[in-house]
Write a protein that binds this ligand. Structure first.
Ligand code: SF4
Ligand code: SF4
Length: 222
């Protein structure tokens, strides 16, 4: 899922302090699941913004709504209903939701209420870790299912780097050396010899090369 975190409230307030009515828009997709933009967080942010406004003597009110998703035009179809009275929207979705709202409603002032961090997994209560950088050409069939692009600070396609003296990463001792883990797993599987084959240079154009990436499935297009 896409991992997000709430922006500091002062930053959110800076963008909207001069409006009179603002909608805080939550998302029950990824940001809801990682407790950044679900119903609860929308309610909390609405209360906090209204309290700040009261304290500053502003004629301001924040309202709240949560959509099932913000990264899908179908789910956004109900948005105009909520926009009737408001001057701006603070989106608690990831950056995808904010972008799509800006694409679909060019006259609307929409502001991000979150920072989008990475694609990751929930690995413990309140803990998420990055697992994939969406490179567009997955090769972790060769690395025992562990992604060195996302999990090795040097992003080495062939490792380890030689800097690690232990099982920990030399760049960041807080994390395990993923290449150490890859080798241990391949050894257990009896597949260590597969590392004799050098993984060739990646075609980074698939990741960064030609602007925003697009995928079109002919079987779903009509
Ligand atoms: S190689 Fe890593 S970054 Fe690329 S798609 Fe696979 S898991 Fe994601
Ligand atoms: S110690 Fe391991 S994880 Fe850290 S940079 Fe070197 S190869 Fe990558």
């Amino acid at each position: 899922m896409v991992i997000t975190e709430l922006k500091p409230i002062e930053k959110i307030w800076q963008n909207i302090a001069d409006f009179r009515k603002v909608l805080v828009l939550g998302c029950r997709g990824c940001s809801g699941i990682c407790s950044t933009g679900g119903d609860r967080e929308v309610k909390l942010l609405v209360s906090a913004l209204n309290l700040i406004a009261e304290k500053e003597g502003k004629n301001f009110i924040a309202l709240g709504q949560t959509l099932i998703r913000q990264c899908d035009p179908v789910a956004l179809k109900v948005l105009p209903e909520f926009l009737k009275e408001v001057e701006a929207v603070v989106s608690l979705a990831c950056g995808v939701g904010v972008n799509l709202i800006a694409d679909l409603y060019p006259d609307l002032k929409v502001y991000p209420g979150t920072d989008t961090l990475f694609i990751g997994a929930h690995v413990g209560f309140g803990v998420w870790e990055e697992k994939c950088r969406a490179c567009g050409d997955c090769f972790i069939d060769k690395t025992a299912g562990l992604c060195p692009i996302a999990r090795c600070p040097k992003g080495l396609l062939n490792g380890p780097c030689g800097g690690s003296q232990t099982e920990r990463c030399e760049v960041n001792p807080e994390i395990p050396c993923v290449w150490y883990e890859i080798i241990i797993r391949l050894e257990k599987r009896g597949e260590l010899a597969s590392l004799d084959e050098i993984i060739g240079p990646k075609d980074w154009r698939l990741t960064f090369g030609e602007g925003p990436r697009k995928r079109q499935r002919e079987d779903l297009t009509f």
